[in-house]
Design a protein around this ligand. Structure first.
Ligand code: FAD
Length: 379
């Protein structure tokens, strides 16, 4: 039985564990955080995410599409909020086409639980990757008590996110091209409660967008009838919003219809006291080292979230990898070489598209040409 060490038990690592376990590999998954299924509060990135066709296909392959879709909320169109309070929908495609708002934590938990159902899977939480030896196929991890353990496998897979420790090891030890960009915009999440009578505060099957050219706010619905709103804005503007009065004026000028929905006290307090988080974009190559290691998901291609494809693309990585293992009859060396060759080109294109879509979301949805084009598309 071939063995694999997966570093990172986030969305992509947990899904990849399902793929590898179902293939019959011996899987050891190492995650630096505690098991999120045991935590009351999970800190981290966006609370919900949009799941699209490529992500659903990957979930279908491991038998999880139905269980995830049951708890998601379809979004058939963008709902644009103008400053004067006008709302206008812009469909994503034909009437029955939609993307889906899913809860990040729930999705991660479902994936971990599914992977663990297979007896050849062992999970090791609170293990942080320290060093990899790509000749021997070993990885050493620091546990929370300070002790270090070393594991060996036929394949090491880095699914440890945008600041990947496995990628750092590859960078130190091989010839590796790497490019990272922090964009001038940060993000801050706000929670919009249900309206009186326990209803959604806005039309539910939409991804709401307040597009204001230089910045924007979006909102995705949650199962508990709340919305998670995300404010994307240059850090320079966030830095001016340090008092409640400044936030009140800013929201009155730019997102006036959102104030009663979010609650004036909540929004002024939260924005004036919270820190906006950075957004990183990563391109690199190759994705693999000999026949020993590979990186998937954000570790290989972190992208800004404006195309809603970071996770979806990471999920698609798992499909591409699985198909190549089939094609090469589980020959790891041949699979890794073809994986880098085919996947890095596509992933780099999506990283660029994600940056482009920021302009479309915050600016072009307001332009006459865009509206005309959409009208014709939907005719
Ligand atoms: P991560 O989710 O970052 O998981 C990495 C895991 O590795 C974590 O559990 C971490 O604890 C662990 N880890 C890290 N370092 C180590 C280490 N040294 N040792 C051991 N373990 C380690 N994508 C979409 O498709 N749709 C969306 O709508 C969407 N919205 C987004 C909104 C925002 C605001 C942001 C920031 C991102 C969004 N994304 C979206 C992108 C998406 O979040 C990522 O693409 C996705 O989380 C990548 O999954 P991953 O498993 O590769 O990395």
């Amino acid at each position: 039985m071939k063995s694999v060490i997966i570093v990172g038990g986030g969305l992509v690592g947990a899904l990849h564990a399902c793929f590898m376990a179902q293939r019959g590999f011996k899987v050891d998954l190492y995650e630096m955080r505690p098991d999120i299924r045991t935590l009351e509060v999970v800190r981290g990135r966006s609370i919900n995410l949009s799941l699209s066709a490529r992500g659903r296909e990957a979930l279908r392959r491991v038998g999880l599409e139905d269980i995830v879709v049951q708890t998601g909320i379809p979004m058939y169109a963008r709902m644009i909020h103008d400053v004067d309070g006008t709302r206008r929908p812009i469909p994503y495609g034909k009437k029955d086409q939609y993307i889906m708002s899913v809860d990040r934590r729930h999705l991660n938990e479902v994936l971990l639980t599914e992977a663990e159902k297979v007896p050849n899977v062992t999970m090791h939480f609170e293990h942080k990757v320290m060093e990899c030896d790509f000749d021997k196929g070993t990885v050493s991890f620091r546990k929370n008590d300070g002790s270090v353990v070393t594991a060996t496998a036929d394949l090491i897979v880095g699914c440890d996110g945008a600041f990947s420790g496995v990628r750092q090891q590859i960078m130190k030890k091989t010839l590796f091209d790497y490019e990272q960009v922090f964009i001038p915009h940060g993000y801050m999440e706000l929670n919009m409660p249900p309206a009186a009578g326990d209803h959604f505060a806005m039309e539910v099957n939409y991804l709401h967008i307040w597009a204001r050219n230089e910045f924007m706010m979006i909102a995705l619905p949650n199962q508990d009838k709340t919305y998670t709103c995300t404010l994307f804005m240059p850090f320079d503007i966030f830095r001016t919003l340090t008092t409640k009065e400044a936030v009140r004026k800013f929201f009155q000028d730019t997102f006036p219809d959102s104030i009663p929905l979010l609650g004036e006290e909540y929004v002024t307090e939260t924005v004036s006291t919270s820190k906006a988080l950075p957004l990183i974009s990563v391109k690199c190559s190759p994705y693999h080292v000999k026949d020993k290691a590979v990186i998937l998901g954000d570790a290989a291609h972190a992208m800004v979230p404006f195309y809603g494809q970071g996770m979806n693309c990471g999920f698609e990585d798992c499909i591409v990898f699985d198909d190549l293992l089939n094609k090469h009859n589980n020959d790891i060396g041949a699979t890794l070489a073809e994986y880098t060759e085919t996947r890095s080109v596509d992933a780099k294109a999506i990283v660029d598209l994600a940056l482009y879509n920021y302009i479309e979301m915050r600016e072009s949805v307001n332009s006459r040409m865009f509206l005309l084009r959409k009208k014709l598309d939907n005719f």
